[in-house]
Each structure stands twice: as structure tokens, then as C-alpha cells.
Design a protein around this ligand. Structure first.
Ligand SMILES: Cc1cc2nc3c(=O)[nH]c(=O)nc-3n(C[C@H](O)[C@H](O)[C@H](O)COP(=O)(O)OP(=O)(O)OC[C@H]3O[C@@H](n4cnc5c(N)ncnc54)[C@H](O)[C@@H]3O)c2cc1C
Length: 456
């Protein structure tokens, strides 16, 4: 039976929150919460923009009383539909929990879930430390969203992903109780931190995280290399890693994606026939630039550009930093896939995308954090017709099947969300899927937190 929510009920919630303005049942804040960076949308019953853990608890308790789903939300930059409101839902927006405190002695940052990734990086840098996970969305995405998606990024080839830096989590569970994990409980007992990292808002609403910081490392040289084929670029990635080099950044950009970057006018470079590698060397590995140069030459590099001053460094970076957004502006329909491959099979996956039939209006471009095996394939079209979407889905399924065949994973960093839940059984066997569902029902027996995400 549907529980009817009266205006008196909303008033009661308003009064329970730290301020009545924290509840939105119409207006800009309400409407902004209808979607994320995908094209899926949903209309929630209301949005609570939490100012404290107490607001989160009150919102979740209200949702329980009125049989609403709860959808935790950060900045809404997600690329798998994770923050898209479920049916009959209350969105709990955690983006206002922005406190950041740096503890240089213990090399830790304690951050509210809404702290922007880049702000954490800047606060750490001011203390002579670094928080390396570096999603390309870092000027917008929140740490809560990064933890919920186990975000990767440009520096992850050398430094690892978000899960490598989370020491502990504070959050609110589906029954409105406070949850503390990891360093908050002295690292005793089961490792619930790692269970919650990557759980996409289905196990708890994260309110605070404690993060490991590392000493800053001097940056090395930035290089852009063009290859005659996408596969040659992919093979060069594996060769660089095989010889023991671990650059700070090792990004792949295919020919068509590079052309989109060039068309922005921020990058002055010759065209590439197959694809590019953008590499930032690791200053502490002596001779790395020379060894990478040799690999490039042995993989028939068309041209090699080594940045000689800061202006040129930022030009080379422009090839990659703004790419996702730039690609989006070139089309009416946009579907972004983020598979990840073992490095030894990366070139084959790159080839799968390069060989896909480009039947207009559907186009495919690819790029990604290659040093980590991440390959983003973006399917684009100039119209939104049903036939176009069907053709895109056919190509997506081809990519996902090939990824599984090559020993890869459906999602390197963007999560399953709505986007890939129908394919989960392609990657995981029944026992593993059942174990995941059991964890979900232990944390959330009523299936209240982000109920339609990850699982079908
Ligand atoms: C231009 C662009 C570039 C990107 N580049 C990268 C990249 O390089 N690497 C990468 O990994 N991703 C990338 N992304 C994807 C996205 O930025 C990340 O997934 C990011 O972690 C999402 O953070 P958010 O705050 O926007 O979360 P949202 O989109 O608001 O939410 C994402 C998911 O996390 C859950 N969630 C959010 N906050 C909380 C919380 N406090 N508690 C519990 N659950 C929560 C939501 O329910 C949802 O399931 C990119 C996106 C864009 C648009």
C-alpha cells in the first residue's frame, strides 16, 4: 500500500532538519537532482540538502516512515546513473558537507562527504602532502561520490584508486543509525570500509571520510606521442609497463577523440593517424624519458612532443583534461562506457573499438587511463531516434562481450548504477552475485538505499 505524504508530513520533516530551507519539494535545487551526467532522469518526491549527520539521519528516518527510497547524491557527475532518483524517492544531497581538515603529523585528511576532490588535493598540497586519486571531474566531484564509485583517474596508474586511500568512513545506514568503519573504530573487526567503498550509495549514506595522504612527489616531464594505429599505442602502453617503468600519467586518446580536442583550439599539434599517448614521467625513475622514447620509436611513433616549458605542459594536458566534456558537445546522444582490461590485452580492446563499423549516425571515440587498463569508449550520435539508440546498445554489448572475453571488467571506475546492471551476470557468477545481494540485504533489509542501482 502506498503511504500518502501530506503537507503536514513535509512540515514535520522541515522542522526536524537543521533549517527548514534544507528541504526542497520544487525549484532549482529540486530539479537539479533529477539526473547526473548521463541521460537518465527521475523525479524524486523531495530533496534534502543535508547540513549535518543529524539531517541525514532525520531524512532517512522520514523515508522509512513514509516508505520512500533514499538516493544519496554528491555533485551529480556520475556516469552510470547512480544518483538518478529512484521511483518514490527522497534524494539526500550530501554536497554541503564540505569541511576539510588536514593532519600533517599522521598524514591524514578528514573530509565531509561533500568536499570537492580538487579542494582536498589543494588543502593537502598546502601542507606539503598529496591526495593522488585524480578523476578528470575533480573540480566538481565530491569525495563521497568518489568513495561510493571507487573513482579512478589520471594519476591512478602510479598511485592507485580511491580505495587505496580511504582509512575510515562515517555514514548513516538504511535504518537511520550512525555507522563508523576503519580508523574510526580502531581498525578492529571486519573491514567494512572496503565493503562500502564502491557500493554506489546502496549500503550507507557517507557523511565523512578519513583519507591517507602521501608526501608530494616532484613532477617529471610531459610527453605526447602519436602512433600510426590505435593498437600500436596500446602495445606501447604494455611495453612501457613491462620494462618496469611506472609513469605518473599514461593516457590513451584515439584519433577521433584527438581531433575533437584539436578542434577546441587549445592544442596546437599535428594530426595523429591512430592515436596518442599522453605521458607524465615519474621524476624519481632515472632515465625513464629515454626508455619511453625507445619504446615509442620501436612502436613506429609518428611524432613525439616533449613539453619544454609550463605553457607547453598545459597545452599537452589540454588534449585530455577537457576531453569528456568536449566530446559531449559534439552530439545529441552520448553513451559512455568505461571497461578496463589487463594491460597485456589492452591493445586488443583498443582494436575492437577502432574496428567497430562506424555506420552513421553512430560514431565511437575512445580514450582512457591506459596505464591502469581503463578504456573509455563513447558512443555518439547526432540524433536521439530509437533506432540510433538500438544501434548504440548493440555496439555497447559487443564491447562488453569482448571485454569479458579478454579477461577485463565491465566498469573500471564509473560503476554499474543503472547503466550496466543488466550485464552484471556476464562478469560475475551466481555465487558471487548472491553474496553481493546478501551483503546488500544485511545492510539494508528493506532495499531502501538506491534500490534500483547495481542489481536488476
Ligand atoms: C567530465 C567527467 C569526467 C570524469 N572523469 C572521471 C575519472 O577520470 N575517473 C572516475 O572514476 N570518474 C570520472 N567521472 C565520473 C564521476 O565524476 C565519478 O564517478 C565521481 O566519483 C562521482 O562523484 P559525484 O560527487 O558527482 O557523485 P554523484 O554523481 O552525485 O553520485 C555517484 C554515485 O555515488 C553515490 N553517492 C554520492 N555521494 C554519496 C555519499 N555521500 N554517500 C553514499 N553514496 C553517495 C550516488 O548515490 C551515486 O550512486 C567523470 C565524470 C565527468 C562528468
Amino acid at each position: 500500500m502506498t503511504v500518502v505524504i501530506t503537507s503536514a508530513d513535509w512540515t514535520a520533516l522541515r522542522n526536524a532538519l537543521s533549517s527548514p530551507e534544507r528541504l526542497h519539494i520544487s525549484g532549482d535545487v529540486y530539479e537539479r537532482a533529477w539526473g547526473d551526467a548521463t541521460t537518465w532522469t527521475g523525479q524524486p518526491q523531495a530533496v534534502v540538502v543535508a547540513a549535518s549527520s543529524a539531517d541525514v539521519i532525520n531524512a532517512i528516518r522520514f523515508a522509512r516512515q513514509h516508505d520512500l527510497a533514499v538516493v544519496p547524491r554528491g555533485a551529480g557527475t556520475g556516469l552510470s546513473g547512480g544518483a538518478v532518483p529512484s521511483e518514490r524517492s527522497l534524494v539526500v544531497d550530501l554536497s554541503d558537507l564540505q569541511n576539510i581538515s588536514i593532519d600533517p603529523t599522521h598524514r591524514r585528511a578528514v573530509c565531509g562527504a561533500g568536499a570537492i576532490t580538487h579542494d582536498i588535493q589543494r588543502a593537502a598540497a598546502a601542507a606539503g602532502l598529496a591526495y593522488p586519486p585524480d578523476p578528470a571531474s575533480h573540480t566538481e566531484s565530491t569525495i563521497g561520490g568518489n568513495v561510493a564509485e571507487n573513482a579512478g583517474g589520471l594519476a591512478c596508474t602510479r598511485f592507485g584508486v580511491t580505495s587505496d586511500y580511504v582509512l575510515g568512513i562515517r555514514g548513516v545506514t538504511a535504518d537511520g543509525s550512525l555507522l563508523e568503519t576503519g580508523c574510526y573504530v580502531g581498525d578492529r573487526g571486519f573491514n567494512f570500509t572496503d565493503v562500502i567503498v564502491g557500493s554506489e550509495g546502496t549500503l550507507a549514506a557517507i557523511t565523512e571520510v578519513s583519507l591517507r595522504l602521501i608526501p608530494t612527489t616532484p613532477s617529471g616531464t610531459t610527453v605526447l606521442i602519436s602512433f600510426p594505429t590505435a593498437a600500436a599505442a596500446g602495445q606501447a602502453v604494455a611495453a612501457i609497463k613491462r620494462q618496469g617503468d611506472n609513469p605518473t600519467v599514461l593516457e590513451f586518446v584515439d584519433r577521433d577523440a584527438a581531433a575533437i580536442s584539436s578542434s577546441l583550439g587549445n592544442v596546437d599539434m599535428p594530426a595523429t593517424t591512430g592515436g596518442l599517448l599522453l605521458i607524465e614521467t615519474n621524476a624519481s625513475q632515472a632515465g625513464q624519458i629515454e626508455r619511453i622514447h625507445e619504446v615509442a620509436v620501436s612502436h613506429a611513433a609518428e611524432w613525439i612532443r616533449i613539453a619544454s616549458d609550463p605553457a607547453e605542459v598545459s597545452q599537452l594536458w589540454a588534449v585530455r583534461r577537457e576531453l569528456s566534456r568536449a566530446i559531449k558537445t559534439t552530439c545529441a546522444t552520448y553513451l559512455s562506457e568505461d571497461v578496463a582490461l589487463p594491460l597485456s590485452r589492452f591493445a586488443e580492446a583498443v582494436d575492437v573499438v577502432a574496428a567497430m563499423p562506424k555506420i552513421p549516425p553512430v560514431r565511437v571515440v575512445s580514450f582512457g587511463h591506459a596505464g591502469d587498463g581503463n578504456l573509455h569508449a563513447v558512443f555518439l550520435a547526432d540524433n536521439t531516434e530509437a533506432q540510433t539508440l538500438l544501434e548504440m546498445e548493440r555496439l555497447v554489448e559487443q564491447l562488453l562481450r569482448e571485454t569479458i572475453r579478454l579477461g577485463g571488467t565491465l566498469s573500471g571506475e564509473h560503476g554499474i548504477g543503472i547503466a550496466k546492471r543488466q550485464y552484471l551476470s556476464w562478469e560475475f557468477d551466481t555465487t558471487t552475485l548472491q553474496a553481493m545481494r546478501s551483503v546488500k540485504s544485511t545492510f539494508d533489509p528493506d532495499d531502501r538505499l538506491n534500490p534500483d542501482k547495481i542489481f536488476l
